[in-house]
Design a protein around this ligand. Sequence first.
Ligand code: GLU
Length: 483
Amino acid sequence: MNKNNVRVRFAPSPTGSLHVGNARTALFNWLFARHHHGVLVLRIEDTDQERTLPQHTKSLLADLNWLEIDWDEGPVVGGGYGPYNQIERKEIYTKHLQGLIDKGLVYPCYCTETELEEERALLIATHQTPRYLGKCRNLNAAQRQELENQGRKPAWRFRVGSGEIVFEDLIRGRIQFLAESIGDFIIVRSNGIPAYNFAVVVDDALMEISHVIRGEDHLSNTALQLLLYQELGLKPPRFAHHSLVLGKDRAKLSKRHGAVAIGEFRRLGFLPKALINYLALCGTFVAERKEICSREEMISSFSLANMGKSGAVFDEDKLRWLNAQYIRDTADADLASLLTPLAEEVFLENTPDEKWLEAFCACFKDNFVTLQDAGEYLRIFNDTAFKLDNAARSAVGAAEAQQILGALRFILETGLATAGGALSYQVVVDSLKKATGLKGRALFLPVRAALTGAVEGIELDKLFALMTTPSMLTRLKKAMSWG
Ligand code: GLU
């Protein structure tokens, strides 16, 4: 039940992939909606036809699905306030534009990109706030006609009045702008496509959005949008502008800081739960300083009042730490399914079955920071690619080593080392000790070198738990023929 009529929206522009910054905005809206038993709308802001690509929309939806951020209205699921793609709402904007034209609140502007750019450059050069100075504001009918005769197509500009624009931000408190510093702004471009500030106001109002939660980079847009709400006679929502994600150098997080796209984190082997947990932590005050939170805990403790006002520094080490915790807490069978694609990459047609992968996870998952780390351990068990590195080669070369390996070969071939049908590490060790009179490093180093191809690495008991006898014999044969 939506007791408080909470309706929030996530409104990405499909001009690129979902990145840490906008995924965090999506998460905050999702948590707010779920906390209040409200509705999350997903709206696709696809008015920038040059940069909008269908594959971006597709990957946005896939990334949200991967993060398990679900929406109640929008693409795929539909809803009573659609269409949810702005490009399909052109008629709605045109109707509202007409209302503003009729009231004389907008005027046609014939300035070209170049003219506007020149004006902007001049204002910047003379240390003034770049804004539109109103060249087309007071044109008469004849002047307009003349410009149209030159083949110019007008955009529609909103007439900004004077005075203060004040609103109470739910995170930042009282925010104030001076209308005089804004300048008349375009609401519909000369190609008939609405500009962001206009489309967003019409949509948020018609979709009955109660709270707009978005990044602080939109604060100045909110001032423009409030003017539009007023003149369109629409009720504004409440606003909450959260801080942005910053790199370690406190600059806005971008590609140069490393991975930023959600898809990249997925490919790097991060778990969605860890990423979500990290994004919820990043820049918010966590209840009881608890760092690992379940979704339920995040939902119940979510509050805009807990959100920091200053930028949230993205700490990849913290994310990696969280990821390792989540991997450790994942059931072996679930982890095995997550690792299947990676195992297929490593073993190709010889990919071991799920049971083996499950046992593999039980042995090694404590060592993984990301799923990719499992690759390094999986490769140890790939017979096809097996070879000894230089150190291993010289370790198995010594006469004593060859004697140990010979004894191991004998134990394996005769089936002496099985206990209850399975190969027993303890029996192997005991038999080897007896056969060679050796123990410790002198005994284990050549064994490890021969079976793994390296002198350092995984514990031998784990190796014996996971490697088949034929596989060990193949490796021994290689190690011994070099000796
Ligand atoms: N499409 C806008 C963006 O991605 C939405 C901003 C808003 O939430 O109003 O930045």
